[in-house]
Write a protein that binds this ligand. Structure first.
Ligand code: FES
Length: 150
């Protein structure tokens, strides 16, 4: 990980604040998330505070602070899914796997993210695990669906 971050940082000039977002994107692409180590290294490289790096990272939802799980769950809370009970699904899912959106389970099995629309509103409510869409989801289907992902 250390070498990867250093390699990415070397691609950008020192003390150039305009490079912050491209650097974060580069780290996220390679590592899957923005680690504390990456925040420290970026802040040193750009001569900005860690708070500045954290602030920008948290502002953009594309950046994650936790390593991705083996399976990535996206729960849709767009309008169509919301009116079909998306919030209930999210609550039940959180109870089932013990994490909130933006987190990864301790065993690394799942990470969880909430999204605005997965583009398949006609089969709402939906959740996506990796690249698989699970349609017409309900609270009672959650455990069965999750059992297919190790
Ligand atoms: S609102 Fe959920 S798929 Fe569009």
């Amino acid at each position: 990980m250390k070498d990867t971050i250093d390699t990415i940082l070397k691609q950008y000039p020192v003390n150039d604040r305009g490079s912050l977002i491209p650097m974060l994107q580069g780290v996220q692409k390679q590592e899957g998330y923005i680690s504390k180590e990456a925040v420290v290294k970026i802040s040193r490289h750009l001569r900005v505070s860690r708070g500045t790096v954290y602030g920008v990272t948290t502002f953009y939802s594309q950046f994650k602070f936790n390593p991705p799980g083996r399976n990535s769950i996206k729960i849709c809370l767009g309008t169509a899914c919301h009116v079909q009970g998306g919030d209930f699904l999210l609550n039940a899912l959180q109870l089932e796997i013990g994490i909130k959106p933006g987190e990864t389970t301790e065993d690394g099995r799942f990470d969880l993210e909430r999204v605005a629309c997965l583009g398949c509103c006609a089969i709402a409510p939906v959740m996506m695990i990796n690249k698989n869409i699970h349609s017409h989801m309900s609270v009672i289907k959650i455990r069965q669906v999750l059992s297919n992902y190790a």
